[in-house]
Design a protein around this ligand. Structure first.
Ligand code: C5P
Length: 219
């Protein structure tokens, strides 16, 4: 482990999309690349943290020097997160699918003459809200992300209150920003004090600044 201000601190990071099976060969997913979560795990490890990295199927490889727990679905992600507790801080950068199939088909769904399949959804657990609202053993610092396309600060501020987390890192993922899947990010960090808009910078720089902010909060 690296030496640094997070030495002796255990930090959990979720990252990437989740894949929710429809049948054995098909799934529902989203466009998260896992880039920001991966950069954050790397930055936290560089400051000396013991990092548990719970990741869905991401486009980028996980960083070295962290404990990697690879999952596919939101339910698996929740189980992995609960198994990783207790931690000093938990950062939820994963783009968790809001819905899964009410029941995934056990064998490949077949085309039938003229008929179209009807997919029935069930709501996935909210992993961030579950951890943020734990009565015993809640991490000292719980950080969520909010990918928004409109009224970013207003929506993210409401989300912080609704989920019960300490900070929300909000970003504008409108297609025109090129942020989702891109190398840069422009975030606003919302905490109890208010909203702090950071200039647009590389995802690695956002990660480094966030890791430093986390180190200060845990100090
Ligand atoms: O509600 P929304 O999906 O916008 O919230 C985003 C934040 O909540 C992110 O930090 C994400 O990782 C987390 N989240 C979660 N479990 C879910 C949905 C979102 O941990 N099922």
């Amino acid at each position: 482990l690296a030496d640094g201000p997070l030495r002796g601190k255990r930090v959990l990071v979720t990252s990437g999309p989740t894949h929710e099976p429809i049948d054995p060969v098909r799934y529902i997913a989203n466009r998260s690349s896992g880039a920001q979560g991966t950069a954050l795990a790397r930055a936290l490890a560089a400051l000396g943290a013991e990092v548990v990295f719970v990741t869905g199927p991401a486009d980028v490889p996980p960083p070295g020097g962290v404990e990697v727990i690879a999952v596919q679905t939101a339910q698996e992600m929740l189980e992995a997160v609960e198994a990783a507790l207790p931690v000093d801080a938990a950062v939820f950068a994963a783009a968790v699918a809001d819905w899964r199939m009410a029941s995934a088909a056990a064998s490949k769904m077949k085309k039938t003459n003229g008929g179209l399949p009807v997919l029935e959804f069930a709501e996935n657990p909210d992993i961030l809200a579950t951890v943020a609202q734990m009565e015993a053993g809640r991490p000292a610092l719980v950080v969520g992300f909010a990918a928004e396309t409109d009224d970013v600060v207003e929506n993210a501020t409401a989300k912080r209150a609704r989920k019960g987390c300490d900070w929300i890192v909000a970003n504008d993922v409108s297609a025109a920003t090129g942020i989702m899947g891109g190398t840069e990010n422009a975030v606003t960090v919302i905490d109890a004090e208010g909203a702090e808009a950071w200039p647009r910078m590389g995802k690695a720089q956002v990660a480094a600044r966030l890791a430093e902010r986390i180190a200060k909060a845990l100090a």
